[in-house]
Design a protein around this ligand. Sequence first.
Ligand code: 2NL
Length: 342
Amino acid sequence: MEELLKQIQDHKTEIESFTATDEKAAEEFRIKWLGTKGLVKTIMGEMKNVPNEKKKEFGQILNEFKQFAEAKYEELRSSTSNLKPQTSNLDLTLPGDSIPVGTRHPISLMTNRIISIFQRLGFAVAEGPEIEDDWHNFTALNLPQHHPARDMQDTFYVQQNPDWLLRTHTSNIQIREMQKGKLPIRIICPGRVYRNETVSARSHCFFHQVEGLYIDENVSFADLKQTLYFFAKEMYGSDVKIRFRPSYFPFTEPSAEMDISCMLCKGAGCNVCKKTGWLEILGSGMVHPNVLSNCGIDPNKYTGFAFGMGIERPALLKYGINDIRLFSENDIRFLKQFTSAV
Ligand code: 2NL
């Protein structure tokens, strides 16, 4: 009995003088004293050896001891968890590490500018497959069987299937859009195209294009001219001059190339415009009636105009780049010179 009382007193002294600086030490205290195999439990187990007449008195002492240990634990827990932010090295007021952001590719910058001008005129962006069948790339576009563009020398064919090829223009998108049969159509079609050309500073075996198509009742050549004039002014400045020269494409009739006045010499004549004062920027024309009927559109009811322009050449001009291969070499020193992506 006396021994037990002394033991409790010793325990109390030990508990009283215990200090903890972190949560781990407080937890160790809990396990040692209040755990399922802890000392409080052990002392409680001594009750069975206490004579019956002393049980009540002892019960109170033991209860008080248990509460003493529990109160100490609560105190340790709240003081160590409060200490945590002060002992940590984390300074939440420091500025965050900046995330490196890339730059937009010059071809994307150019394409996006062209797209946004036509979007303001009500054109929607349409896309299509880069691997295409012969019909969507050639036949539907009124390109006769013997046309040189269909030659193995000029077009990449997919070996597994002689009917498949890498599209040579983005016109396949417009063909697919016309086949859907929903009119009117007013779309702008950007994308990568492929031609079997020797890679050099001036030309590449893949490059980028934006084509446009507008089909409705009563669409005229005047609409074509005014639309493309608006585009030229938005793209190259309101003082730009344009001129149309008659041309030929199997998919348009009549066809015309559009030139703009050279922005470098203002039409005076320089090396870039080969002393002519003009730069050719796109091809255009009224959609050939055969193309409309190939796609299930009645050429007696509907007319339309179409145009197509390359992206690389104007991008070379705009950014003063002298080699088309730089666009696809993934050289970070070249790419990081362009406008940030944010
Ligand atoms: C150029 C000339 C052009 C078209 C593309 C087109 C598409 C359909 C029907 C009729 Cl589905 N025409 N596209 C028309 C005229 C010219 O591109 O020099 N491109 C770089």
